[in-house]
Write a protein that binds this ligand. Structure first.
Ligand code: ADQ
Length: 464
């Protein structure tokens, strides 16, 4: 079996405390099984980039990391990745910043990744590159003569063509994807937008999964990521989760809990969620004092101004809603700016009657799947899910809503709180089947298999 080389912006080194996310666990398992290396940025900076690689091996997983210069981090990570591509790909062209320095830094760092990774790659290795930080990397590796099978997976949405063309040099970015053998998206919707761009802007041809443009044919597929379902179910039934469940339930004093768990990011629709919940309290005064929204949102990307703004907005909104509706013995929103280990999170999910997952746009959204996996099968809670999350394509038995509409959110909360046990069980069983069948191991195996097959197609072509 060929070795696997994973390349992503950050590398998640396995640790004994099991505090990695599902994606990191799945990739680490693949690396352990096939051998190989995980390459990426260390998260640290250095005065002058030297290309020096730090090798480590933890729990049977080899990692290779590099330090970047301060200017690299400003232009590539905080700049082009998080101030240009992230907002644009989440349909927020109002927030996207187009600066030449950012684009220059992005290309420079991708070149640094190519220079670092290429000597580590052997001729038989399969290379799997992740996410919007590294779109041009495959092309840069090809320029160095690499003939390996190279796949790319995009973890965020692919925007509609009419938005994407607002990006200076958009065609250069998309053309770079044609250096890969397989390009993966979470949903048919993102894939359709990609195909649309290729046909309309590049004069390309689509033939099922095969897409041809500029003389290159690649496979573009929808391959939805999942969670580590068995691990999450086990965590939910463990002692840490049970302690957390009890702690939360004791604090609720019979009140119904609604839970939201998100990185503090404007794409997650937290402002709209707070407003929808406030609308529910206003429309249902008999429920005041009987429900609590627990919103867990650890800050992220706090060097970027739009993230500082969303944090300030939410601080004041939570304060205003709590000021308006609180009583001496009840606070409607518990707004928590910290992260929790997965086992504790599982207990928190289980104690909530409702999981409120309402991003304005989301590639997939794993929190929705974790909420489902953590439920008690005998008495499951209800998932309220944004129709604009990739997860809505699979979790069709959630209460699907438009997150921009406070009325829809308010109605869905009422419906969920009144939902009979039989209906809750029926909806949960259908969702749980999807969560278990298409879990993270399925995702990894499906994408890898496509990549292996792609190589065979190419070899056959070469022979002819
Ligand atoms: P994210 O935008 O980070 O991921 P998501 O898919 O919801 O979004 O994953 C977040 C992960 O972080 C979940 O596993 C969750 O449990 C964890 N997390 C969030 N808040 C936490 C907290 N307070 N404490 C502990 N853990 C917390 C990007 C894309 C998504 C896509 C994933 C995977 O934006 O659309 O689903 O990648 O491809």
């Amino acid at each position: 079996m060929s070795r696997l080389i994973v390349i992503s912006n950050r590398v998640s080194r396995p640790n004994k405390n099991g505090e990695q996310g599902g994606l990191a666990v799945a990739l680490a398992a693949a690396l352990r099984q096939r051998g190989g290396i995980w390459v990426g940025w260390s998260g640290d900076t250095t005065d002058k980039f030297t290309g020096q690689i730090a090798f480590n091996e933890d729990e049977g997983v080899r990692t290779a990391t590099i330090d970047l210069e301060e200017q690299d981090v400003d232009e590539y990570y905080n700049g082009y990745a998080n101030r240009t591509l992230w907002p644009l790909f989440h349909f927020r062209i109002d927030l996207a910043e187009y600066a030449r320095d950012f684009e220059g830094g992005y290309n420079r760092v991708n070149q640094r990744f190519a220079d670092t990774a290429s000597p580590l790659i052997e001729s038989d290795d399969v290379v799997w590159i992740h996410d919007y930080h590294l779109i041009p990397l495959g092309q840069l590796l090809r320029k160095k003569g690499l003939k390996n099978r190279i796949g790319f997976f995009l973890h965020i949405p692919w925007p509609p063509t009419r938005l994407l063309v607002s990006l200076p040099h958009h065609s250069k970015l998309v053309e770079a994807l044609f250096a890969y053998d397989v390009v993966g998206f979470h949903t048919e919707e993102w894939l359709e937008s990609f195909r649309h761009y290729v046909e309309k802007e590049m004069g390309g041809r689509v033939d099922g999964d095969f897409i041809t443009a500029g003389g290159r044919t690649i496979q573009a597929i929808a391959c939805p990521i999942g969670i580590d379902a068995p691990e999450f179910v086990a965590a939910s039934n463990g002692t840490v989760a049970a302690e957390m469940y009890k702690r939360v339930c004791d604090s609720l004093q019979e009140r119904a809990m609604i839970v939201g768990v998100d990185r503090l990011d404007y794409s997650k629709g937290l402002e709209e969620r707070f407003n929808g919940y406030a609308r529910f309290l206003k429309d249902n005064s008999q429920m005041q004092g009987k429900v609590v929204l627990v919103q867990i949102a650890p800050p992220s990307r706090s060097d970027v101004a739009s993230y500082q703004e969303i944090r300030a907005t939410l601080d004041s909104l939570a304060g205003r809603i709590n000021g308006e509706y609180s009583d001496v013995d009840w606070t409607p929103i518990r707004y928590v700016n910290q992260g929790y280990p997965r086992e504790k999170l599982a207990g928190i999910y289980r104690s909530a009657r409702i999981g409120l997952v309402t991003p304005l746009r989301d590639g997939m959204n794993l929190v929705a799947k974790e909420y489902v996996a953590a439920q008690d099968p005998a008495d499951p809670g209800v998932l309220i899910l944004s129709r604009f999350a990739g997860a809505a394509h699979q979790l069709k038995d959630a209460l699907l809503i438009n997150p921009y509409s406070p009325e829809e959110m308010s109605d869905a909360i009422s419906k969920a709180l009144a939902m009979p046990l039989e209906e809750r069980k029926r909806r949960w069983t259908a969702m749980m089947q999807s969560v278990q069948e298409q879990d993270v191991s399925w995702w990894r195996a499906t994408f890898s298999q496509r990549l292996e097959e792609a190589a065979e197609v190419r070899q056959t072509e070469d022979v002819e």
